[in-house]
Design a protein around this ligand. Sequence first.
Ligand code: RIB
Length: 300
Amino acid sequence: MTSPRTGTVLVAGSANLDFVVRATHVPAPGETVLGRDFGTFPGGKGANQAAACAKAGGASTQMLVALGYDVHAQVLEASLIDAGVVMRTVRSNGPTGVAFVCLSDTAENAITVAPGANNALLPEHLPPLHNISHLLMQLESPLPSVLAWARAARGAGVVTVLNAAPAQALPDELIALIDVLIVNEHELAQLTGLHDIDAALDRLTNPCVVVTLGAQGSRARMHGEHLHQPAFAITPVDTTGAGDTFCGTLVAALCRGLPFAEALRHASAASALACTRLGAQAGIPTAREVNDLLASHPSP
Ligand code: RIB
């Protein structure tokens, strides 16, 4: 990993308006569940991560995103601008992305995404990178675009960060271009074919790999060193976007130069707080809330 230029994170990725229905449980295939309340919330993995990065403070945050001309786009833009994200918007004639989220009383969810305009993000839409220190990507954008952006970032000396979600097979070239790889347990197993976490972390050749483990916290390998960050105890209401809050907060902390273990602690605290509130972007805590939680749990 090259030493980063200070300061600006570019998030290149998706934005969806989340249509959320709360229900006792997530339906099994073929089952209809009578749900309760319904609401729409700004979401999408890229936009959630950009909002979390901006709200964490200390790192100026830009987002490359593709939106339609519809009313859904206005809601998403307002949420990102309100969080402090500088928008680099590509307009598409297609509909803005949407996601259908069933949220259970145990805070589990099942999500189906209709990408719409997100599929219009192309390699050539990446803006010049001369002021960018970190590029944060996910897999809700076309894979050829993600690969081209990673190549461009590596060539420009920008730290490349990939949240490899949702899980899918990836070309070896893309993985090799990533400095910081963030996955959950399922994505880690899919990438490596291994179910032992330490073995899987060691199998990947990226300088830094982080795996989020829900109530078990997170584990990481930074060069040769293994770390474990326990989860902050909370009663979850909605885990939608908690992983995204983790990613955005982690990159903001790395961007402002925090030591890696401390950055993990910030990301873990922010994602814990995000689980206590409804909505992906609506649930992202402020930097002050994260600092208060950290202060009440001094690190050993
Ligand atoms: O990671 C959570 C997000 O996944 C939701 O906001 C939804 O839009 C989907 O992209």
